[in-house]
Design a protein around this ligand. Structure first.
Ligand SMILES: Cc1cc2nc3c(=O)[nH]c(=O)nc-3n(C[C@H](O)[C@H](O)[C@H](O)COP(=O)(O)OP(=O)(O)OC[C@H]3O[C@@H](n4cnc5c(N)ncnc54)[C@H](O)[C@@H]3O)c2cc1C
Length: 408
């Protein structure tokens, strides 16, 4: 039998290795539009590849029907992933929040390991081959390449990714292939990306980095929070906690981010600190926050508390003003106006409707012999290794089902 995998990214490479290991007699071919496979993998985790997360749960995933991930994550668990990569020489290193990296902290090691395994198994790689169409005639699937060449297969696994970071290969062409076959593509949006905000509350802060926590709020409900280095930009906010929260933002309206600049301290403790500084420092507001908050940020906090002039005497601060400033330090609210574009996004929210696929085999319910895996689905995960875990789990299940002819 012949299995054609369209897309040589994380999920496609995993599907190929599983298919060929399960059925060595099968011809397993990867068709990749770029001149090499796995280009995006090299960029993952800032070049360190956060390949999984020990805390992976179905609740880390989003989409119209996130429970679609349940079976694939059970079939190929985080433990299976760790064992799989260990067998390929990738010794895991655990970091904050259960994030797993190769011990060498080199994404290239992960890609090399996958490529070497594909070579050893005899997976065929066709690079520089962009698939423009998939045809179905009398139950036979054929891929039509940009060059006009055609390639028939008993099973086709579409692992073409979404449309995030198109420079790394996934340009959204997989969605077009699916649409032509009658599949539904849900609305698409960038995720794990910088956030655009009302720029008034952060005026003059562009370029400043602070350690703190950020909470995402909708209708007074906290949807999530994250801790770490927050970067102010001229359009809004960036940095790891903002990326983390952005996973929950696509398609939602009325969102606010509340920043906590002294997250280790309670509101009362922050008030006490400010009161103590008032007694100790004197002088004007010009230097009141120096050594506590970034100076420009301190000025904004003072202004937001109604103190217009930096020449305002610290001794003239009354209790209400101190409480206002303490509250602003603990909960500095900034309205979200949007997300940065696909160009800089790590993943795509939305994709092919999962209801049109079997969660047990990853096979299309509309086109027999067609399977999908990875980000092309209307599934995206939290920041922290969850998206690659989905790529491995869904790729494994698609590769296994394709050679076993499951559901055919
Ligand atoms: C900068 C960056 C950092 C990231 N870091 C992490 C991280 O640390 N941890 C994590 O879990 N996730 C991370 N992600 C997300 C993760 O990389 C993706 O979710 C994952 O790679 C998706 O795998 P995939 O196989 O579905 O798609 P991709 O890896 O995007 O692969 C799709 C492949 O298909 C090819 N292709 C597309 N269309 C066609 C066609 N028509 N014909 C032939 N080939 C085609 C593309 O060229 C590409 O090689 C990151 C993403 C980015 C952009």
């Amino acid at each position: 039998m012949t299995v054609l995998i369209i897309g040589g990214g994380a999920s496609g490479l995993m599907a190929a290795i599983t298919a060929k290991s399960t059925e060595p007699a099968a011809r397993v071919i990867i068709a990749e539009r770029l001149d090499r496979v796995g280009k995006k993998l090299l960029a993952t985790g800032n070049g360190r590849c956060n390949f999984s997360n020990l805390n992976t749960q179905p609740s880390n995933y989003y989409g119209k029907r996130p429970s679609f991930v349940n079976n694939a994550l059970k079939e190929f668990t985080v433990e299976d992933t760790v064992n799989f990569f260990n067998m390929l020489g990738i010794f895991p290193r655990e970091e904050r929040g259960g994030r797993l990296y190769p011990y060498s902290l080199q994404a290239s090691a992960v890609l090399d390991a996958l490529r070497i395994k594909c070579d050893a198994l005899g997976v065929e790689m066709l690079t520089g081959k962009c698939v423009k169409q998939i045809t179905v005639k009398n139950g036979t699937l054929k891929a039509v390449f940009e060059s006009g060449e055609r390639l028939g297969a008993d099973a086709v696994i579409l692992a073409a990714g979404g449309c995030a970071s198109p420079a790394l290969g996934s340009d959204g062409s997989g969605y077009e292939l699916l649409k032509k076959l009658g599949h539904t593509i849900t609305p698409l949006a960038p995720a794990l990306v910088q956030v655009k905000t009302d720029t008034r509350p952060i005026k003059g802060l562009a370029g400043i980095k602070i350690e703190g926590s950020a909470a995402l709020i909708q209708d007074k409900r906290v949807l999530g929070s994250a801790q770490g280095e927050i970067l102010f930009t001229d359009y809004g906010l960036s940095g790891p906690p903002i990326f983390e929260l952005s996973a929950k933002m696509p398609f939602k309206k009325g969102l606010t981010i509340a920043l906590d600049f002294m997250s280790e301290y309670s509101l009362k403790q922050v008030f006490d600190v400010l009161e103590g500084r008032q007694r100790a420092l004197g002088g004007t507001m010009e230097n009141f926050f120096a050594g506590l908050l970034n100076k420009r940020l301190g000025n904004l906090v003072a202004r937001a508390a109604g103190i217009e002039k930096l020449s305002f005497a610290v001794s003239a601060l009354d209790k209400d003003m101190l409480w206002d400033m303490a509250r602003l330090i603990k909960e500095y609210k900034i309205e979200v106006t949007g997300l940065n574009g696909f160009k800089n996004a790590q993943v795509t929210a939305g994709g092919v409707l999962t209801d049109e696929f079997s969660p047990y085999t990853m096979q299309s319910k509309l086109v027999k012999g067609l399977y999908c895996c990875g980000e092309i689905y209307d599934i995206h995960g939290d920041c922290g290794g969850y998206n690659l875990q989905w790529a491995w789990s869904s790729g494994h299940l698609a590769g296994l089902s394709a050679v076993k002819g499951n559901g055919k």
